[in-house]
Ligand binder design. Structure first.
Ligand code: UDP
Ligand code: MG
Length: 322
């Protein structure tokens, strides 16, 4: 019987000082793993530093290394999608390039897969790279998302996971532009044959996180819009609240004027009402706009990315740049 192949998909955007260290640690950790052949698929997400050249150099030394180069920066979710498209393995492991997903856990993932688990997830017990306030915001985000969406997404489950070929093929069936990998995975998650490995994410080996507050907020809003239409219903609720408040205010003014003979000054109540209604309408328009924007992007059915794929056979002259 021929050995099975496990693809390791590594998304890298400006990770020049992590590429070699990750490769070294991967080799070290995977030494003892038996009956499996590996494919290391580096996805360079349009890096502007020497990430691509360093990946090519590894690929010259080791034919198991393959490199997908996205022609510009498409974002982490699309980089993982490209990796998944090119991966040939019977199982695919996804990981970050910055060593926050320690390769030492990979043999355990593979063992669980060999024992029959089709999905091996990881759960981050702690992330040594993030502050308390960031962790709090993440908690609020998952709470809101899971309240709004029927698809429940596990908190603290990073994109460090193993998927059997069967689930990789299921995921390839999704072709939406805007994609949250962990959400799509939750959508197809079976009730059994799933294992979870706990780990503590260390700080990055080198470089800075690519996610600032606004990028994370953008991802959070996108994720909610992708998995829930409940915010659209908010318009109805806000409208009802506004109408009820206006009615109660009317009753109050009527009683003050006709029964208590105490005329209320008009401008304050008018201003409050106008501002309140104006805000409600703007919020509703904004929410509807978000969804229309998504439809606008999806109907075009553009390709998700453009990429080159480099394997051992191809010639390149990147070595001199390193
Ligand atoms: N990444 C990517 N494209 C991007 C941003 C990030 O491929 O546009 C990669 C990045 O190189 C890293 C992984 O996605 O390997 C996670 O990114 P990062 O470490 O910046 O995120 P954090 O761990 O801080 O959430
Ligand atoms: Mg990271």
């Amino acid at each position: 019987m021929t050995d099975k192949v496990v693809s390791i998909v590594i998304s890298a955007y400006n990770e020049q000082d992590n590429v070699n260290e990750l490769y070294k640690q991967l080799r070290e950790s995977l030494k003892k793993t038996k009956n499996v052949n590996f494919e290391f698929l580096y996805v360079d997400d349009g890096s502007t530093d020497k990430t691509y050249e360093r990946c090519l150099k590894l690929q010259k030394k080791d034919s198991r290394v393959k490199v997908v180069q996205l022609k510009r920066n498409f974002g982490h979710e699309i980089a993982m999608t490209a990796g998944m498209d090119y991966a040939k393995g019977d199982a695919v492991i996804f990981m970050d390039a910055d060593l926050q997903h320690p390769p030492v856990y990979i043999p355990q993932m593979i063992e669980l897969w060999q024992q029959g688990k089709e999905i091996v997830l990881t759960k981050r017990l702690d992330n040594q790279a993030t502050s308390g306030i960031y962790k709090f915001c993440a908690k609020v985000f998952y709470f809101v998302l899971n309240k709004l969406s029927e698809t429940k997404i596990m908190e603290s489950a990073p994109d460090f996971r193993l998927l059997d070929r069967k689930y990789v093929d299921f995921l390839k069936g999704f072709n939406e532009q805007d994609r949250l990998f962990r959400g799509l995975l939750s959508w197809i998650m079976p009730h059994d044959n799933v294992a979870v490995i706990n780990f503590v994410a260390p700080k990055r080996f080198s470089g800075e996180s690519k996610y600032n507050f606004f990028k994370s907020l953008h991802l959070a809003v996108n994720s909610i819009v992708q998995f829930s239409v409940l915010p659209l219903r908010l318009a109805i609720y806000l409208g009802l609240i506004a109408a009820t408040s206006a009615f109660l205010l009317g009753v109050y003014v009527f009683i003050e004027h006709f029964f208590l003979h105490n005329p209320t000054p008009g401008y304050a109540t008018i201003m409050i009402t106008v501002i309140f209604l104006g805000s409600v309408q703007l919020i509703c328009l904004g929410i509807i706009g978000e969804y229309i924007g998504k439809i606008h992007l999806e109907v075009k059915k553009r390709p998700l990315y453009v990429a080159d794929f480099v394997t051992k056979e191809e010639k390149n002259d990147a070595e001199k740049d390193i």
